[in-house]
Design a binder for this molecule. Structure first.
Ligand SMILES: [Zn+2]
Length: 305
């Protein structure tokens, strides 16, 4: 009997605080954690003292997990740097996005992991679904991706944009089963900016995104002959009153949840999974060799699965 074909779905939920995720226990994410592997780490960057300005980041004096000795990464703990790090598998000093202005991105030298997959193996099919338009406009997830849907959450409202993204992604996953897909959902961040991450509205946004995730999982589970790995992550946290950009543990704590659908990993811990590990993990699962010339900062996570 032939082996099932490995496929990977990465779902990003913006501004999702892991402690709130654990406390609110949405059913789908809780189930992925219980039968998967997961852990947290802290972003090795952040701007001290001015979390909501537009200015580029200050130095984080001492990172708990510097990518290399003596390396200093100047960046705010904002969405642009976070998703660009997830996309490229490199930190902001390489990909060049240090705040949400995307002033000098280096996505030609450091393309997203879906584009890497496509470039390395043109037979692989890729898809990205984004409700934050900046990620498409600035090519954090670039035009080499086979199927790219970009909506503007600010224009549509985030609840509407996320719903349309989830609907379209669910249909695409069900109908074509791309080898590698990325789905971005943004309402958790929008609500936390307005009201903080401790309100009923934040819980409602998380539960809505959790339900969307459930439908994406249903779509891929229904496809025969495929072995899906699902990774869920976020780009930064929030301070209690809402907002990010700074250096607090609440802003810098991020998580990765990994689940191989149909296998029980028992909720084991991942050892400080970093945002830059997400792309390399996806590529390795697809059998794409990681070229040292790519200068990736991340590495595959499954040694600790
Ligand atoms: Zn964000």
């Amino acid at each position: 009997m032939p082996l099932n074909k490995n496929k990977v779905l990465v779902v990003g939920m913006d501004g999702l605080r892991f402690d709130r995720l654990v406390a609110l226990a949405p059913p789908v994410l809780s189930s992925l954690m219980a039968s998967g592997a997961y852990g947290t780490s802290r972003l090795p960057y952040g701007e001290a003292a001015a979390p909501r300005t537009e200015s580029p980041g200050e130095v984080v004096p001492k990172s708990p997990e510097p990518p290399s000795a003596g390396r200093v990464i100047r960046s705010r703990t904002d969405s642009g740097p976070g998703w660009s790090s997830i996309a490229t598998g490199t930190w902001p000093d390489k990909h060049g996005v240090v705040d949400n202005s995307f002033t000098s991105p280096q996505f030609t030298k450091f393309p997203d992991f879906l584009s890497r997959a496509k470039n390395a193996r043109p037979d692989l099919t890729t898809a990205a679904f984004l409700s934050w338009a900046a990620l498409g406009e600035h090519n954090a997830f670039g035009p080499a991706i086979d199927h790219r849907m970009v909506l503007d959450g600010y224009a549509l409202t985030w609840t509407a944009a996320d719903r349309q993204i989830a609907d379209a992604a669910g249909r695409h996953l069900a109908d074509t089963g791309p080898d590698l897909a990325f789905v971005y959902l943004g309402d958790t961040d929008e609500v936390a900016h307005a009201l903080g991450p401790h309100c009923p509205e934040y819980a409602a946004a998380l539960h809505a995104q959790d339900a969307y995730l459930g439908r994406l999982l249903d779509a891929v589970r229904a496809r025969p002959g495929e072995s899906w790995t699902v990774l869920v992550t976020t780009d930064h946290g929030h301070v209690d009153e809402g907002g990010h950009g700074g250096t607090s543990p609440e802003e810098r704590t991020v998580f990765v949840i990994a689940n191989r659908l149909g296998e029980d990993l028992g909720g084991r811990p991942l050892d400080e999974p970093r945002l830059v590990d997400v792309g390399p993990t996806a590529l390795a699962l697809l059998g794409v060799p990681l070229d040292p010339a790519w200068e990736l900062d991340g590495e595959p996570l499954f040694n600790s699965w």
